[in-house]
Ligand binder design. Structure first.
Ligand code: NAP
Ligand code: G3H
Length: 463
């Protein structure tokens, strides 16, 4: 078999910034074999020992902040400030994952308390690792969404096969180097590189894999779920987060949060606000405020500045084509273009579309780009109904000054998390993070992820 490599191009310059191996099936087999061999010793270590590796990795990551942030900027086109913040946040996440493992407890269950139970019997409940975890990460947080799988898997006593997004794999490999530099024994963390479309199915159906922890698009997630059959899954998928703005909302606050939520990193966040559902009475005023704030967003190529840039070139031309197609279709069907709608290469200018209606694709599809549709509704019931009609169920935001109303609407929304008077967002990273419907399976968040990637073992003592 020929040794093939994949060139990684920067979305900012279109220049090659490095390359990774397109691994063959034999190389994947070898990596998974190493993970299985390393499992016995790794799971036998005490949790305290495993925590020490994580504390060291957290420190080394910070020491390599400049270098890693530089790579994130080049590889996935983030602005430098966001790249720094991704590295710092990840260092904290790894540290806190180790802290959390400290508090994981087993318990014992007496059986004499139930009818027919026995005084001479009780069960000891402990957590044990699941085995070899396959961690598949997306391009948009190449370090954070990799570490949020790797760190809890490792501290729980599992070994890991890490498959980064191809665009993002240079950053992912540097993260893996950080874990290696922390002294992880050989084979405990192995990186598999290659295009998902070529090697993905082979890895997810490999008999050596015991659990798949995936973040990415709903389309790929559904495909993996079909292929994986009985393998347990944890999945963070796409979203169409709605910001519902009620008549009594603080419109200045709502507009600020909506613009930050919709446009940071060009909307290439699962939790980006991807539609506004506004009550008729305040929709015009809200729209004007949003429009004004969009005008002051910083747009451009982040490699030329140390500061923050909100709207950066999209990850590739194909993504920009897709977003452009959604904008064109909405305009053709009568949406009013308030701003943006133009494109230079893969940079799409921040776009707001008003009077979006249910027959337009932009009302339902996830653009993963800097375009915000505003939908007018006549009542709160209509707002909730429209929000729930989505195939997705990640998060929603509700803007209102009436706390009772906020809770009432939150209780009706079919999503994993509702944000009151704030943009939709992940974190802090120890909070539960989950999508329902086509937005995911299971719950992430530090303690939840450790739980998901360990299982209960019950040992019954009969005296
Ligand atoms: P993607 O195209 O679905 O890719 C995600 C990962 O899956 C990549 O590592 C990709 O590898 C791999 N992959 C592709 N086909 C595969 C297969 N057949 N088997 C196994 N792995 C395969 O997603 P993306 O474009 O990187 O990320 C954007 C999407 O992720 C958006 O939909 C966004 O909403 C979602 N996302 C969700 C969350 C959340 O927490 N809910 C967080 C971040 C992103 P290659 O790169 O080699 O193709
Ligand atoms: O893209 C998905 C990330 O999990 C979103 O995280 O809300 O902190 O940007 P964030």
């Amino acid at each position: 078999m020929l040794n093939r490599t994949i060139d990684i191009y920067s979305p900012l310059t279109n220049e090659v910034i490095g390359n990774v191996k397109a691994m063959s099936k034999e190389e994947v087999d070898e990596s998974i074999k190493k993970s299985r061999e390393a499992l016995t010793e790794w799971r036998a270590k005490s949790t305290a020992d495993r925590m020490e590796y994580l504390y060291r990795a957290s420190e080394i990551l910070l020491e390599r902040k400049e270098e890693l942030a530089d790579l994130i900027v080049k590889e996935v086109g983030k602005d430098r400030k966001s790249a720094y913040s991704e590295v710092e946040r990840t260092s904290e996440l790894i540290h806190f994952t180790a802290d959390t493992a400290k508090n994981l407890e087993g318990r014992s269950i007496p059986t004499e308390t139930v009818l027919g139970g026995s005084k001479n019997k009780f069960a000891i409940i402990q957590r044990e690792p699941i085995g070899v975890i396959l961690a598949i990460s997306p391009f948009n947080y190449p370090v954070n969404l990799a570490a949020s799988k790797i760190a809890p898997a490792l501290v729980g006593g599992n070994t890991v096969i890490f498959k980064p997004a191809t665009q993002g794999s240079l950053s992912g490999i540097m993260l893996a180097e950080v874990f290696q530099a922390a002294g992880l024994p050989d084979g405990v963390l192995n990186v598999v590189t290659g295009k998902g479309s070529e090697i993905g199915d082979y890895v997810v159906t490999h008999p050596g894999i015991n659990f798949i922890n995936f973040t990415g698009s709903t389309k790929v997630g559904q495909h993996i779920a079909k292929e994986a059959k009985m393998i347990p899954l944890l999945m963070e998928l796409g979203g169409k987060d709605a910001a519902i703005v009620l008549e009594d909302a603080d419109l200045e606050l709502a507009a600020t949060q909506i613009v930050a939520g919709a446009f940071s990193y060009s909307g290439q966040r699962c939790t980006a606000i991807k539609r506004v559902i506004a009550l008729d009475k305040i929709a015009e005023e809200l729209q004007e405020k949003i429009n004004k704030k969009v005008a002051s967003l910083k747009v451009g190529n982040p490699q030329y500045t140390e500061g923050s840039i909100d709207v950066v070139p999209l990850i590739d031309d194909k993504s920009a084509d897709y977003v452009e197609g959604l904008i064109t279709e909405a305009k053709e069907k009568g949406a009013k273009l308030l701003c943006g709608g133009t494109r230079e290469g893969n940079l799409i200018y921040p776009t707001v579309l008003d009077y979006v209606t249910a027959d337009m694709r932009i009302a339902w599809e996830e653009p993963f780009g800097p375009v915000l549709p505003i939908i007018h509704v006549k009542s709160e019931d209509e707002a909730v109904e429209l929000a729930n009609q989505s195939e997705y169920g990640l998060q929603s935001a509700v803007f209102t000054n009436n706390i009772h109303k906020a809770f009432e609407i939150a209780s009706k929304l079919e999503v994993g998390t509702v944000q009151i008077n704030n943009k939709t967002e992940r974190g802090p990273d120890h909070l539960p993070f989950l999508g329902i419907k086509n937005s995911g399976i299971g719950v992430q968040g530090i303690s939840y992820s450790i739980e998901a990637m360990t299982r209960i073992k019950s040992t019954v003592i009969n005296v």
